[in-house]
Design a protein around this ligand. Structure first.
Ligand SMILES: Nc1ncnc2c1ncn2[C@@H]1O[C@H](COP(=O)(O)OP(=O)(O)OP(=O)(O)O)[C@@H](O)[C@H]1O
Length: 246
């Protein structure tokens, strides 16, 4: 996919849950291969924004274009990998193993009737490594903790090799060591595969190593975008003050 082409364009998007307005006039353009962090206070609409891009919700007003197509007509949903903030916990009787769940990400992108090959297994191993979950590959998913299950679903999304990856607070249930390793390996993976990333997080500092810039949802309006300098430090401070003192 060509760099500098547009992966995602939100044009004056508004959304309400019933009579509760959440997003108003949001405009945002993301280039192919770009990584954008979405930050903002609780309830500012970050998850809602990802759900709109994932096609799980429809905007009340405005347009969303994905890879040049109006989202209403965008049928290639396999090109989008989305992992919600909290996946539903799978109960202990569920028969699939971690490896099977992650492999199912390969089917989503390539179709049910294509046999899985060595490359698929290699991609699955790589995705499990990003999440530090290789040693659980033969375990039943239902026997894992909630945080571990979340990691498996992130690995599944990575294994699908999406063109656009939407991650909603992916490290919320991770210990600090897994978190640092995850962001560093995620960065490698998205750069290697030219994946466009939208990453929701409260931890501006942690994600500054992965994202090219951060977008702040502030009082329901996408109010500021900052590019990072080499260390990310100055822009991070500015951004944080703008969000939490507003
Ligand atoms: N299904 C729903 N029905 C009604 N209101 C909802 C629903 N989902 C979210 N909301 C409301 O929409 C607003 C935005 O929620 P959203 O989850 O998008 O915010 P957020 O920025 O992701 O929050 P957080 O940082 O706490 O995860 C909140 O006021 C929330 O209560």
């Amino acid at each position: 996919m060509k760099k500098n082409t547009i992966a995602l364009e939100l044009d004056k998007v508004s959304f309400s849950y019933g009579c509760h307005p959440v997003l108003k006039n949001i405009s945002l353009t993301v280039k192919c291969g770009e990584s954008v962090g979405i930050t903002g206070p609780n309830g500012s609409g970050k998850s809602t924004l990802l759900k709109l891009v994932a096609g799980l919700l429809k905007p009340d007003a405005g347009n969303i274009r994905i890879f040049g197509r109006d989202s209403k007509n965008f049928k290639e949903r396999g090109r989008i990998g989305y992992v919600a903030q909290k996946v539903s916990i799978i109960n202990s009787g569920f028969p699939s193993t971690v490896e099977e769940i992650v492999l199912s990400g390969r089917i989503a992108g390539r179709g049910l009737f294509r046999a899985l090959n060595r490359e698929d297994r290699m991609i699955v191993s790589e995705a499990l490594a990003v999440l530090g979950m290789e040693k659980y590959r033969r375990e039943a998913i239902g026997s894992l903790s909630g945080g571990q299950q979340q990691k498996v679903f992130i690995a599944r999304a990575l294994a699908s090799r999406p063109d656009l990856l939407l991650l909603d607070e992916p490290t919320a249930g991770m210990d600090p060591e897994s978190q640092a390793k995850f962001y560093s390996l995620l960065k490698e993976l998205i750069q290697k595969n030219a994946i466009t990333l939208l990453l929701v997080s409260h931890d501006l500092e942690a994600i500054s190593s992965v994202v090219d810039r951060q977008v702040c949802l502030d009082k329901h309006i996408c109010s500021c975008c900052y590019n990072f300098d080499e260390n990310g430090a100055f822009e991070y401070e500015t951004c944080r003050k703008r969000i939490w003192t507003a």
